[in-house]
Write a protein that binds this ligand. Sequence first.
Ligand code: PLP
Length: 235
Amino acid sequence: MSTIAENIAKLGERIREAAQASQRDFSQVGLLAVSKTKPADAIREAHAAGLRDFGENYLQEALSKQAELTDLPLIWHFIGPIQSNKTKAIAEHFDWVHSVDRLKIAQRLSEQRPAHLPPLNICLQVNVSGEASKSGCTPQDLPALAAAVAQLPGLKLRGLMAIPEPTDDYCAQHEAFATVRTLQAALNMPALDTLSMGMSHDLEAAVAEGATWVRIGTALFGARDYGQAAGTATP
Ligand SMILES: *Cc1c(COP(=O)(O)O)cnc(C)c1O
């Protein structure tokens, strides 16, 4: 078995145990492979080992890998910060966007979604760590944003995404993910079926609090080398 295939097996085990511990159905938790900074060959290997969903943060890097992988039936998720001038390419080349945190970006994605494609699946990124993070809308702004985004014809609002402040404190991890779950419930929008939360170091707490996508990079592909990465500095 390759290292990537081994890592996928280990992650499946971690997700299964966490789901079992909280009486959740393991099949409700999707593994989103975060492939930023990793070459197309690593994606190919992960696909061969059974993965289909891949998350990318940097548009140019993602587009060049997509062009190398057109022979595979992959589902692409955009998970990074979004500038207005990137919305058209994102609307054209992705199936999901997890990082929408303002209405202007949502409106552009909706208008620019090609008519021959199904509506773009959207998660609203919410900031549950206050000052510690700049990305994500505030919990206060979330209800109005969700109501507006739900009306946009080119989009399908699926749920919430969050990146809580990293901590090794399992209780603090739980508390942050529980906040996301509670915010989603408070929206009272029955069509929402998605909570995108949990990364390599905190997936257990996220699964316990209802994650339906865990976004995993390091534990799947190994540590990232940002020296080679297209685009931006270490997030
Ligand atoms: C990089 C990244 C991840 C993956 O993080 P790991 O700790 O490597 O698993 C998940 N979500 C987002 C939004 C990211 O930018």
